[in-house]
Design a binder for this molecule. Structure first.
Ligand SMILES: C[S@@+](CC[C@H](N)C(=O)[O-])C[C@H]1O[C@@H](n2cnc3c(N)ncnc32)[C@H](O)[C@@H]1O
Length: 257
């Protein structure tokens, strides 16, 4: 179980509440003999994930207000970017998009900033805690508060959709970006992604997601894959939209964007 520590005494109670809510181990400091190189830390600014050791990507936290995510919102190409076209953002008016593998929420935030209503779904308590923290802080940012208003969050496993998890409204589109198991250790995987692969696993059950989601979505399911990866569940999509390193496989629609 991952440990969570406060960066300062004033945050002890809040850190204990987070530990209880998400099922983390509360510690006042990181035990020296900790078996895991990872721990969570609550600071006055945010909740962050730390990896100890030389391959550390630095503190990982969800930030919708600045950095890469803000850059993508302002300069990412709007509705003409490939990801938006794959989703159908230029065709469906104010769609409801379920990002069933939300991770750090970067893709989902792009959809919301382009006018979609978005449900983020995540099953890892570590990612879910980081994401909830980022969403909560973003509500106080005047530039993006109206975007955040259109985002809701579900903590759970998307394979349970329509069985134990019922949605209030049927999403027009479901977006999937499960972790891809990179067997080639020399592959240029970003350190952050590598840290998550080590910490929460490789999503080896993601083939199951496609069938479940195709039964739930109203219009289409879009799957993000590395450019050379096999189709999810070996199922040929209706069509694919390719980028340099990734492609978006679009299922369940008849018209080509
Ligand atoms: C590669 S990350 C997604 C990154 C995300 N697209 C972003 O922009 O930040 C994949 C995430 O999907 C989550 N995930 C995988 N299978 C899931 C499932 N069945 N239900 C909910 N979350 C799932 C994993 O826990 C992981 O956090």
């Amino acid at each position: 179980m991952i440990s969570i520590i406060p960066s300062e005494a004033i945050l002890i109670e809040e850190t204990q509440q987070l530990a209880k809510h998400w099922g983390f181990n509360y510690a006042s400091i990181i035990p020296e003999n900790s078996a895991s190189p990872f721990y969570l830390q609550l600071t006055p600014q945010h909740l962050q994930l730390i990896q100890i050791g030389k391959n550390s990507p630095g503190a990982i936290f969800v930030d919708f207000t600045s950095g890469q995510v803000a850059h993508r919102r302002l300069y990412g190409g709007g509705k003409s970017q490939t990801m938006a076209k794959a989703i159908g953002l230029n065709k469906i008016s104010r769609p409801l998009i379920l990002d069933a593998t939300a991770g750090m929420g970067k893709d989902a935030f792009v959809f919301a900033s382009l006018g979609a209503r978005v449900i983020m779904m995540e099953r890892s308590p570590i990612s879910a805690a980081l994401l909830s923290d980022g969403l909560q802080r973003a509500t106080y940012d005047n530039d993006i508060a109206d975007i955040i208003q259109n985002i809701s969050f579900i903590f759970g496993d998307a394979r349970q959709l329509n069985s134990t998890i019922q949605l209030k409204e049927i999403p027009d589109v479901i977006y999937l970006d499960p972790m891809f198991p990179h067997r080639n250790k020399s592959a240029a995987i970003k350190k952050e992604m590598l840290a998550f692969q080590q910490l929460i696993g490789e999503d080896l059950d993601s083939d199951e997601l496609l069938d479940v989601c195709r039964k739930v979505a109203k219009q289409r399911v879009v799957v993000k894959r590395p450019i050379k990866a096999a189709f999810l569940n070996n199922t040929k999509p209706t069509y694919s939209m390719k980028m340099k390193k990734h492609r978006f496989d679009v299922y369940g629609c008849t018209s080509v964007v």
